[in-house]
Ligand binder design. Structure first.
Ligand code: FMN
Length: 164
């Protein structure tokens, strides 16, 4: 598990090979296995395979272009009224999805939507997301066109024992 966590890198280039339905389901299962405050599970996921939608998601902001080239983009959403912790819960789900992608030899990257209102309204109007549902992020997923070396980023200066 530790190897898999360290192997995870942001992958932004993908081959044309589609992501299978079985893999999509496994990624969703991993995402929904995340912890959530009071077990409220406030998440909702939109699986976007439609090319036109992916191209338009790529225009959400200048760092979201890779959505056009990924065979599938997961839109991670949260129901704000269901939990005060929707951001933490959907973030945990997103990290699970990213780690599961590594386990399936897929590549993925977290593309921020929250907390920028304009980005959120772009995604909302494109995909018909109701007002009560917030959009945390986009996660384009595909078979990696290139790999990156693993890296722990471990920095002992960030660690404090028994007090700051
Ligand atoms: C909250 C969050 C938002 C991010 N937003 C973007 C983004 O919009 N576009 C992008 O290309 N990468 C985005 N990333 C990925 C980071 O750039 C990446 O994790 C960081 O550079 C470290 O690289 P690594 O993931 O390969 O370890 C985001 C990551 C997080 C956690």
């Amino acid at each position: 598990m530790l190897d898999l966590i360290i192997k995870r890198r942001s992958i932004r280039k993908y081959t044309d090979e589609p992501v299978s339905d079985a893999d999509i389901n496994s990624l969703l299962e991993a995402a929904m296995a995340a912890p959530s405050a009071n077990n409220k599970q406030p998440w909702q996921f939109i699986v976007v395979r439609n090319e036109d939608f992916r191209r338009r998601l790529a225009k959400t902001h200048r760092w979201s272009r890779m959505c056009a080239g990924a065979p599938v983009v997961f839109v991670v959403c949260g129901e704000e009224k269901r939990s005060d912790h929707w951001i933490e819960d959907t973030s945990a789900a997103t990290e699970n999805l990213l780690l599961a992608a590594v386990g399936l030899d897929l590549g993925a990257v977290w593309v921020a939507v929250y907390p920028k209102f304009q980005r959120e309204s772009h995604v909302r109007s494109l995909l018909g997301i109701p007002e009560k549902i917030r959009v945390l992020c986009l996660v384009p997923v595909g078979h990696p066109a290139k790999t990156k070396p693993p890296g722990t980023k471990y920095d002992k200066s960030r660690v404090h024992y028994d007090g700051y």
